[in-house]
Design a protein around this ligand. Structure first.
Ligand SMILES: [Zn+2]
Length: 65
């Protein structure tokens, strides 16, 4: 088995900025700084976040395993 995925950048220690649940999405802002969200809040704010994000790391896939 080959894995081409980059190592996950979020761990169980990363928490959602909104509710404190485990974070699965990390957003690096164009303006600088980072935000972390759980799957729920990432979905809720996703469209807006993508507009202002320099980098959008979505690891919500890991929830489906
Ligand atoms: Zn949350």
């Amino acid at each position: 088995m080959t894995t081409t995925l980059a190592a996950p950048r979020l761990t169980g220690h990363d928490r959602c900025d909104r509710c404190g649940a485990q974070a699965y999405v990390k957003v690096v802002l164009n303006a600088g700084g980072e935000l972390q969200f759980c799957a729920h809040h990432a979905r809720q704010h996703g469209d807006k976040l993508r507009d202002i994000a320099a980098e959008f790391i979505d690891e919500t896939d890991r929830l489906a395993v």
